[in-house]
Design a protein around this ligand. Structure first.
Ligand SMILES: Nc1ncnc2c1ncn2[C@@H]1O[C@H](COP(=O)(O)OP(=O)(O)OP(=O)(O)O)[C@@H](O)[C@H]1O
Ligand SMILES: [Mg+2]
Length: 317
């Protein structure tokens, strides 16, 4: 799939790649605590919080993966006029990600809080507004993207369905003419026609195609490409790796068997590495293969992990 020498050559050029990530920005919060009793008020555990941590989520995690691999990265999206928006901006800058944050006073910064005790998640609390962004916010976003787009090699659309990715925004991005890589939200399928490549997981691929499980993944992929007029498609298959659809061929890229600690974020790693490798001249097969190695590594790490250039080179046999 890819030789070690070729992997080294491509990965060492990641420093020259310029990627713009557009999408739904999420602040991940974690409350870590102990449970020692049941509440006297209701039959629920009482969590004694010992530690609170925050992390980059959603499209921000894609940008973080790119920055960790030394790619140059802009992230464009919408936050609220709130404390979480400021925290997100701080975290992005700290990780060398250039933020283009449009502040919308009519919505909160999307926040997902997990409550963890005795090493398991007890609950998740979401604060968000999934309404489509307004015309004014969209215009502001487009104006700001316009200012940096010239230098960009690849645009990644990271759609978590929180309202930033709209028909108007996709029309604008298509007009620019740069390659567009999409991590899709199946309910937004009609927005993605004529993009360069899409990276759904298996479940999402079936949903996007609106086909049932009697159809093979090959058929689903071909159908989707025709329906959306796409030249390439990468379906991720979890522990089975990925299926790359390119030039009438279907290339199966197997995953290396792995003890999995945390699958969250594997999809973000896939699209990040795919875009970086493609931006610096990798073929589709080489780029997907590197993405597969990178994702296989992050699922074996505890918590949302990212991979470095050195580590990624090491992963290629
Ligand atoms: N058990 C596993 N062993 C090895 N590699 C894995 C495993 N699970 C996932 N991967 C790697 O991660 C990639 C993406 O996994 P998956 O298809 O589950 O994506 P996803 O559901 O979009 O993930 P996410 O939860 O981040 O959205 C796979 O193509 C593979 O490279
Ligand atoms: Mg995913």
């Amino acid at each position: 799939m890819i030789t070690k020498d070729r992997a080294k050559e491509i990965i060492s050029r990641f420093n020259d790649a310029n990627i713009l990530v557009v999408g739904d920005l999420i602040l991940d919060k974690y409350l870590w605590g102990d449970v020692e009793r049941i509440s006297p008020e209701a039959p629920v555990p009482v969590v004694d919080v010992k530690k609170e941590t925050v992390n980059l989520g959603g499209a921000c995690n894609v940008a973080w993966n790119i920055a960790a691999l030394k790619g140059n990265v802009y992230i464009a999206g919408v936050v609220g006029k709130d404390e979480n928006g400021r925290i997100l901006e701080f975290l992005l800058k700290e990780k060398n990600i250039n933020p283009i944050l449009i502040k919308d006073s009519s919505r909160p910064t999307t926040e997902k809080t997990r409550i963890l005790a005795v090493s398991q998640q007890l609950m998740r609390i979401d604060r968000e507004n999934r309404r489509k962004i307004s015309k004014d916010i969209l215009e502001d976003l487009i104006d700001n993207i316009d200012g940096v787009i010239e230098s960009v090699d690849v645009v990644i659309v990271s759609d978590y369905g929180k309202g930033v990715i709209t028909k108007e925004l996709m029309d604008y991005l298509r007009e620019i003419g740069k390659p567009i890589f999409v991590d899709p939200k199946p309910s937004n399928v009609e927005l993605y026609h004529k993009v360069t490549i899409m990276t759904p997981n298996k479940k999402e691929a079936y949903e996007l195609a609106k086909l049932d499980r009697d159809n093979s993944i090959e058929r689903v992929g071909k159908f989707l490409m025709e329906k959306l007029q796409m030249e390439q498609l990468l379906i991720t298959l979890g522990a089975e790796g990925m299926a790359l659809f390119v030039e009438d061929n279907i290339i199966k890229i197997p995953a290396k068997a792995k003890k999995v600690y945390d699958v969250t974020g594997a999809g973000d790693t896939v699209i990040s590495v795919l875009a970086l490798a493609k931006a610096v001249g990798g073929t589709w097969e080489e780029s997907a293969s590197l993405a597969n190695y990178a994702a296989g590594y992050v699922v074996g790490e505890i918590g949302t992990a990212v991979v470095s250039q050195e580590k990624l080179i090491e992963l290629v046999p």
